[in-house]
Write a protein that binds this ligand. Structure first.
Ligand code: SUD
Ligand code: ADP
Length: 314
C-alpha cells in the first residue's frame, strides 16, 4: 500500500488461480460447498481512493469498458458496505486500474472489492481490524476474502472461510487469456446439470493431501500432476475451444494445465521463469488464445501493508 499524497491511498490486489476446486452438492441457498485452494499470482489491479465530498468511480485499463461502473461494480458495493458498517458518509473518488482479465476466472472483481475495502478503511481512518474487513468481504462475494488474504489458502464453505497453506518457494505460471468471459453462475449451473445427467451425487469436497504436500515441498512437478478443477468440464462444455488451449500448453511442456476457476482463462504451471517466457511467446503466436501472460505465486493480498499478510511472500 502506498499513501502519497496524504489524502490518497493506492492498494495493489492480486489475481488468483485455483489449484484445487472441489465442488460439493448444490446447497439450499444456491451456493456449493467447496474445497477451494486459492493461490494469489502476480497479475494485479490497483485501487486508488482519494478524499472527496461525494462518491465517484472510474475504471481504466485494457478491458475497462467491460466493467460495470454502476452499483453492480463490486468495488462500489464494498465501499458502500464499509461506509454503512462504519456509519459514515460514502465519499471518495475511486480509480480502478485493471490488468486482471474481466470475467476470466481470476477474481478480478473480487480483487477490486478487496482493494476498495483496504483503501477506504485507510483513507477514512476507520482502523477496522483484519477480521472485520474479512467479514465484510464475505458479504460482497465468496472470493473477496481471499483477495484480502493472499498467499495460498484453502477456502471452505462457499470459499470464504480461509486457512493459510504453507508453501515452499515460488511457482511459475502462464495464463492464456480468452476473448470474452464466462459467467460464474452459468458454469456452476452447467456443472450441476452434467452431474445430474450422469446420475452423480457429489460427495462432500475433500482437501487433496498430495496437493498440500507438493505445495509444502515447493515441488512444481508434483503440483502440476495434482491440479484439479471440478468446474473445468462445465467451462469446456460452454466454451469448447478451451480444450485446444489446454492441449497447446500440455504439448509445449507445461507441468500442469487447468482452467482457472470458472474460466475461461487457462493456467499452465511451468518449471521456471524462462520456461514461462517461452510458453507465453509460443501461445501468443498461436490461435488458441487472445494473449498469454506470465506470472508467479504466491504473492501478498490486499491486506499487505495493513499487517495482514503471511510472512515471507513478495
Ligand atoms: C468459481 C470461483 C472459484 O474461486 O471463482 P471465479 O473462477 O468465478 O473467479 C468462485 O467459487 C466464485 O466466487 P464469486 O465469484 O465470489 O461468487 P459469488 O459472487 O459469491 O457467487 C456468484 C454465484 O456463483 C455460484 N457459486 C459461487 C460460490 C459457490 N461456493 N457456489 C456457487 O454456486 C452461485 O451461483 C452464486 O450465485
Ligand atoms: N470491479 C470489477 N471488475 C470486473 N468485473 C466486475 C467488477 N465489478 C463487477 N464485475 C462483474 O463481475 C463479473 C465477473 O467478473 P470477474 O470478477 O472479473 O470474473 P470472475 O468472476 O470470472 O473471476 C463481470 O462480468 C462484471 O460484470
Amino acid at each position: 500500500m502506498t499513501s502519497a499524497p496524504m489524502d490518497s491511498v493506492t492498494v495493489r490486489v492480486p489475481a488468483k488461480v485455483n489449484l484445487q476446486l472441489a465442488v460439493g452438492p448444490l446447497r439450499d441457498d444456491g451456493y456449493h460447498d467447496l474445497v477451494n485452494v486459492f493461490h494469489a499470482v502476480s497479475i494485479y489491479d490497483y485501487v486508488t481512493a482519494v478524499a472527496a465530498d461525494s462518491f465517484s468511480v472510474r475504471v481504466v485499463g485494457e478491458e475497462a469498458d467491460l466493467v460495470p461502473d454502476g452499483p453492480d461494480n463490486l468495488a462500489i458495493r464494498a465501499a458502500r458496505a464499509l461506509a454503512a458498517r462504519a456509519d459514515r458518509p460514502l465519499a471518495a473518488r475511486l480509480t480502478i486500474r485493471k490488468s486482471i482479465p474481466v470475467a476470466g476466472g481470476m477474481a478480478g472483481g473480487s480483487a477490486d472489492a478487496a482493494g476498495a475495502l483496504v483503501a477506504c478503511n485507510d483513507l477514512w481512518k476507520l482502523g477496522l481490524p483484519r477480521e472485520e474487513l474479512l467479514d465484510i468481504a464475505a458479504e460482497i462475494g465468496s472470493d473477496v476474502p481471499f483477495a484480502l488474504f493472499g498467499g495460498t489458502a484453502v477456502g471452505t464453505g462457499r470459499g470464504e472461510r480461509l486457512t493459510a497453506v504453507p508453501t515452499g518457494g515460488r511457482f511459475h505460471w502462464v495464463f492464456a487469456l480468452a476473448e470474452g468471459g464466462l459467467s460464474t453462475p452459468a458454469v456452476y449451473g452447467r456443472c450441476d446439470r452434467l452431474r445430474e445427467a450422469r446420475g452423480e451425487r457429489p460427495a462432500p469436497p475433500k482437501e487433496s493431501p498430495a496437493l498440500m504436500a507438493a505445495l509444502r515441498e515447493g515441488d512444481a512437478d508434483a503440483l502440476g500432476a495434482e491440479l484439479v478443477n471440478d468446474l473445468q468440464e462445465a467451462a469446456v462444455a460452454l466454451r469448447p475451444s478451451l480444450a485446444a488451449t489446454l492441449d497447446a500448453g500440455r504439448e509445449r511442456g507445461a507441468l500442469g494445465a487447468i482452467v482457472s476457476g470458472s474460466g475461461p482463462t487457462c493456467a499452465f504451471l511451468v518449471a521456471g521463469e524462462s520456461k514461462a517466457d517461452d510458453l507465453a511467446r509460443a501461445l501468443t503466436g498461436s490461435a488458441v488464445c487472445r494473449a498469454a501472460v506470465t506470472a508467479y505465486g504466491p504473492v501478498r493480498g490486499a491486506l499487505a501493508g495493513a499487517g495482514g499478510h503471511p510472512v515471507g511472500i513478495t
